[in-house]
Design a protein around this ligand. Structure first.
Ligand code: ADP
Ligand code: TZP
Ligand code: MG
Length: 299
C-alpha cells in the first residue's frame, strides 16, 4: 500500500500528540497508524524468524523484544551454521556492539547468505567511530547490501564520514538526531539502504524522502541495548514487508516508541521501564496504537 502525503492536513485537524512541527507534514488522518497496526498484526500472525548476530549486552533484551512483538528470535552466530540456517530465515539483524575477530567472518558470511537467498538484513553500527577496526568492518558489511541501517546520530555521522570522533562516547550518541539527517540521506543514496537515525525524534530516509517519528521516551537512553532491540524490531517489520522498507522501519520505530511511552506510565525507573516496555509491546492494542502513532513526512 502506498501512503501519499496530504499537504492539506494542518495542526488544527491533527490529534493531540500528532501535531506536525515546522518542516513536517502529516499523512491523511490515521493512515500511518493503520499501516503500523497492519504490520504488527502480520508479525503476530506470521511469527517471522529473525536471526540476530549481536553483542553480548543486547542478546536478552533483543530476543525478548522480538518475542513480545510476535516474532521468533534466533541468536545464532557460529560460522559453521550459517550456510544451513541463514538462507531460511525471514530476516537477519547484524550488530557490531562487541565485535571481535571471531565473529566478523560470521557476520560477513550471514549477510552474504541472506543477500544471496533474497532475505533482508539490517545493520546496527554500534560505536562505529570507536576504532579503525569497527569502521573497516562496517564499510565491508555495507558492500553486502543491507536493506536498512539504524544507528544513533553519532554512528550515522561517523559512518558517512568514515571518521573517528574526538568526543567519542562509545555506544552513546554525542549528537542530536537532527544533526544527522543529511548524513542519513547521503548514506541511503550511497548504499541503497533505508537509513534510520534514532533519538528524541527518529528520522528515516531512503535518500529521497525523509519521515520523522516522534514516539519514544527519553528514559530509553538509560536502559542499555534499547537501540539494539529496536534495530531487531526493524528486521521483524521488514521481514513481513520486504518491498516497503521505508514504511516498515518508520512503523517499527513508532511501535517501539509507543511501547516505551506506555511503559513509562507504569515505570519507576529504567529497570522497571525495561519490564514494562516488553509488557506494553506484548499487549499493544489497536486503539492505543492508533491514538499514539506520531509519524510525519519531513520536508
Ligand atoms: N530523547 C529521547 N526521547 C524519546 N525517545 C528517545 C530519546 N532518545 C532515544 N530515544 C529512543 O530510544 C531508542 C534507542 O535510540 P538511541 O538511544 O538513539 O539508540 P542507541 O541506544 O543505539 O544510542 C529509539 O527507539 C529512540 O527513538
Ligand atoms: C554498552 C555496549 N557496549 C558494547 S555493545 C553495548 C550495547 C549498546 O546498546 P545500544 O546501542 O542499544 O545503546
Ligand atoms: Mg546503539
Amino acid at each position: 500500500m502506498e501512503i501519499k502525503p496530504d499537504p492539506s492536513t494542518t495542526p488544527a485537524t491533527a490529534t493531540a500528540g500528532m501535531i506536525p512541527q515546522p518542516g513536517e507534514r502529516n499523512y491523511p488522518e490515521d493512515r500511518w497508524g493503520r499501516r503500523a497496526w497492519e504490520l504488527l498484526e502480520k508479525i503476530r500472525r506470521r511469527a517471522p524468524l529473525v536471526q540476530c548476530i549481536t553483542n553480548f549486552v543486547s542478546m536478552d533484551l533483543m530476543a525478548n523484544v522480538l518475542l513480545a512483538s510476535g516474532a521468533s528470535p534466533a541468536m545464532l552466530h557460529s560460522l559453521q551454521e550459517i550456510s544451513d540456517f541463514t538462507p531460511g530465515v525471514d530476516a537477519l539483524c547484524i550488530n557490531i556492539g562487541t565485535l571481535s575477530e571471531d565473529w566478523l567472518p560470521s557476520m560477513r558470511a550471514a549477510a552474504a547468505a541472506a543477500a544471496e537467498a533474497g532475505r533482508p538484513w539490517v545493520l546496527d553500527p554500534v560505536a562505529v567511530s570507536a576504532s579503525d577496526y569497527r569502521m573497516e568492518a562496517c564499510i565491508g558489511l555495507l558492500e553486502l547490501r543491507p536493506a536498512a541501517i539504524r544507528g544513533n546520530a553519532s554512528e550515522i555521522l561517523g559512518l558517512v564520514s568514515s571518521s573517528r570522533f574526538r568526543e567519542n562516547k562509545g555506544a552513546d550518541s554525542s549528537h542530536e538526531s537532527s544533526d544527522a539527517v543529511e548524513a542519513a540521506k547521503s548514506l541511503a543514496q550511497s548504499t541503497g539502504a533505508v537509513v534510520a537515525v534514532s533519538g528524541a525524534i527518529d528520522y528515516i530516509t531512503d535518500g529521497r524522502m525523509v519521515v520523522a517519528v516522534r514516539n519514544g521516551a527519553a528514559m530509553l537512553q538509560k536502559i542499555t541495548a534499547t537501540g539494539c532491540a529496536v534495530t531487531a524490531l526493524i528486521a521483524a517489520f521488514i521481514a513481513v514487508e520486504p518491498s516497503g522498507a521505508l514504511e516498515a522501519v518508520a512503523c517499527a520505530l513508532s511501535v517501539f516508541g509507543i511501547a516505551a511511552e506506555l511503559g513509562v506510565e507504569a515505570a519507576r525507573g529504567p529497570a522497571s521501564l525495561r519490564m514494562h516496555l516488553i509488557d506494553s509491546l506484548y499487549g499493544l492494542n489497536e486503539d492505543a496504537l492508533l491514538s499514539r502513532v506520531s509519524i510525519f513526512s519531513h520536508a
